[in-house]
Design a protein around this ligand. Structure first.
Ligand code: 5GP
Ligand code: MG
Length: 181
């Protein structure tokens, strides 16, 4: 089976560490968005688990929508970002918070920030569970960051390799022989 732990070189962030960090982030966001009109935007598919766990921990009113973009094929970013499905919410009175799984080259976030700015939301901020600063090509400043990780290809907790490994409850480094095969 391709979703078990045998293809994982090592666990980078455990299930408990992920959930602990999400509680911390939710506390901060709940303070910052008190009396606001928060709309979380889940960036499909990678940030599904993160978005769902985060919204469950919030102590403020929050709505949820999703957007689907693609920029990543295999283990290397291709550069171009394409929009597959846009949100359906009118954001003119919303405080928008983009929820991503991982900030890598920065191309996806840069695309998303421009995309939502054009919609004129009341406010716009960014949140990513993971940040891989070593691979940045486009400058992006995150408002909320979970973990800073080294430049290794990771899977689990919603993140895939070739549409596999998403359901692993932890974040792990994939054995290089899996994607060099
Ligand atoms: P960026 O546009 O910042 O280069 O890439 C962002 C997207 O690439 C992320 O949303 C994520 O889907 C994907 N990505 C970047 N690094 C990794 C990684 O190590 N593993 C997986 N599974 N996806 C990654
Ligand atoms: Mg993503």
């Amino acid at each position: 089976m391709r979703n078990d732990k045998t293809d994982i070189l090592k666990i980078i962030i455990s299930e408990e560490e992920i959930q602990e960090k999400i509680k911390e982030l939710a506390e901060k966001i709940s303070v910052d968005y008190k009396d606001k009109n928060l709309l979380l935007i889940c960036v499909m598919n990678g940030s599904i688990f993160f978005s769902v766990d985060l919204i469950r921990q919030l102590k403020v009113k929050a709505d949820l929508d999703y957007i689907s973009v693609a920029s990543y094929h295999g283990t290397a970013s291709t550069g171009a970002v394409t929009l597959h499905r846009d949100i359906s919410t009118d954001v003119s009175d919303k405080d928008v918070l983009i929820i991503e799984d991982i900030l890598d080259s920065g191309r996806t976030f840069s695309f998303l920030l421009k995309h939502f700015k054009k919609m004129n939301p009341k406010s716009l901020k960014s949140c990513s569970l993971l940040d891989k600063p070593d691979r940045r090509v486009v400058d992006v400043v995150l408002d909320y960051t979970g973990f800073i990780i080294p430049d290794v290809f990771i899977v689990g907790y919603g993140m895939d390799y070739d549409q596999q490994y998403r359901q692993l409850p932890f974040i792990g480094e994939l054995k290089p022989e899996v994607y060099t095969k």
